[in-house]
Design a protein around this ligand. Structure first.
Ligand code: PEP
Length: 254
């Protein structure tokens, strides 16, 4: 069964704990009537540990290590996140892949660790502009997908995010056709390793310059089950407007 669409904010390295607490309070108050959308706040760790929210609001982490504990200076384990009420962990974000050079193997370790800790993994995949211009989009997406999900037996606690790297933080959104094609490709690739039912029902988010003024159009694309949002998740007005657009679309399609 399909779950409610997801609107996930990725704050990246923004907001102090005090700013974050005020922001979440304001945003939750603005969205008290939301019923058909799952809303995720993914602040930096320092803020995450100060927050406490209730459904339909959830806490997401932007990263974690795959080991439970040990000599890993600067890292946070899945168990530490669970203890702070975190339910979703973003894994393989393009900044982790391209700025911090995380390998597919590390990303796969993280997906396993997140699931073992009984959280949900938001696995991000996406091609660079160079990949797209050299017709590598399909092979990059299938490779990131199969390597990221290597050894995973069920999609039950997996959320995928298609995030073309060239659309992240650039103001450039992928076209409707590009998004539809990528989401279809992801579902058909998943069918090689998972049941048709799981592949059809898994949530695939789109991320890349989603704003309040394009959210309505983007959420109506076939196969798009919500958004992962960077810049526009930092302002209560734009983030809540996106959530409202998604809720409206849900109400109209049921
Ligand atoms: C992101 O960081 O995942 C993202 C999609 O950023 P933005 O919305 O700013 O493009």
């Amino acid at each position: 069964m399909k779950t409610y669409p997801i609107v996930a904010g990725n704050w990246k390295m923004h907001k102090t704990p005090n700013e974050g607490i005020l922001f979440v309070k304001k945003t939750v108050n603005m969205l008290l009537d939301i019923q058909k959308v799952t809303i995720i706040f993914s602040p930096p760790f320092t803020t995450l540990f100060e927050l406490d929210v209730e459904a339909p609001f959830y806490l997401g982490a932007q990263n974690c290590h795959w080991e439970s504990q040990g000599a890993f200076t600067g890292e946070i384990s899945p168990e530490m996140l669970v203890d702070c009420g975190v339910e979703f962990v973003i894994v393989g974000h393009s900044e982790r892949r391209h700025v911090f050079h995380e390998s597919d193997e590390w990303i796969n370790n993280k997906v396993h660790a997140v699931l073992n800790a009984k959280m949900k993994s938001i696995l991000c995949i996406g091609e660079t502009l160079e990949d797209r211009e050299s017709n590598q989009t399909k092979s990059i997406l299938s490779s990131q997908l199969s390597k990221g999900l290597n050894g995973i037996k069920s999609l039950e606690n997996i959320v995928l995010a298609y995030e073309p790297v060239w659309a992240i933080g650039t103001g450039k959104t992928a076209s409707i056709e590009q998004i539809e094609e990528a989401h279809q490709l992801i579902r058909s690739e998943l069918q090689k390793d998972f049941s048709t039912e799981e592949s059809q029902n898994v949530s695939i988010l789109y991320g890349g310059s989603v704003k309040d003024d394009n959210a309505r159009e983007l959420i109506s694309i076939e196969g798009v089950d919500g958004f992962l949002i960077g810049g526009a998740s930092l302002k209560a007005e734009s983030f809540t407007a996106i959530a409202r657009n998604v809720e409206q679309q849900m109400k109209e399609t049921i």
